[in-house]
Design a protein around this ligand. Structure first.
Ligand code: AMP
Length: 188
């Protein structure tokens, strides 16, 4: 099974992704995590993207494709992938289709975690305390939210038209939200 996890920053994608991957034996691919690993390693690419990631802007599609291919090539989980934080715009969704065709995989569903805007800021500020991410502050969040609404949200309609959308109420306890997701995935 191959899935995409969509949702605004602070919707709880990372937390739910780990649980879904554990329950359904999927490989978690978080482009955000891969980019943060790259910046921490202080590689040439890492230094090139550090300021972009910290400002909340999107890294170029070429770079995203490069890190994704590198990850997928080094991973042979035949059971499937959960894409978290990718695709983030229309062009990336086309890139994903191409990538999936190349490895003979098909997309089975797109989970959309729905959380209202006020709650997002609370969650992000709490995460800043716990994880210390440089892009978890109010100013950068506004930028990330704007980009989400402009570039990522239009994907929802696309996947809805393809009958792939699984819309989940993301408000509630972590386990409660996870249960909602599992119930829908088990009936796929
Ligand atoms: P995330 O951990 O998914 O919130 O991503 C953190 C940051 O990494 C984003 O604000 C972007 O700067 C960058 N990023 C993550 N995924 C992508 C992507 N698919 N395309 C472009 N930039 C990305």
């Amino acid at each position: 099974m191959n899935l995409i996890l969509l949702g605004p920053p602070g919707a709880g994608k990372g937390t739910q992704a780990l649980k879904i991957c554990k329950s359904f034996n999927l490989t978690h691919i978080s482009t955000g995590d891969l980019l943060r690993d790259e910046t921490k390693s202080e590689s040439e690419l890492g230094n090139q993207i550090k300021s972009i990631v910290e400002s909340g802007n999107l890294v170029s599609n070429e770079i995203i494709l490069k890190i994704l291919k590198k990850f997928i090539d080094g991973n042979n989980n035949q059971n499937g992938f959960l894409f978290d934080g990718f695709p983030r715009n229309k062009e990336q969704s086309l890139l994903l289709n191409k990538l999936m065709n190349e490895i003979n995989f098909k997309l089975d569903g797109v989970i959309m975690l729905d959380v209202n805007k006020d709650l997002l800021l609370d969650r992000i500020l709490k995460r800043k305390k716990d994880e210390g991410r440089a892009d978890d502050n109010e100013e950068v969040l506004q930028n990330r939210l704007r980009i989400y609404l402009e570039e990522t949200q239009p994907l929802i309609e696309i996947y809805e038209n393809e009958n792939l959308l699984i819309k989940i109420d993301g408000v509630g306890e972590i386990n409660q939200v996870n249960q909602r997701i599992n119930t829908r995935l088990e009936s796929l």
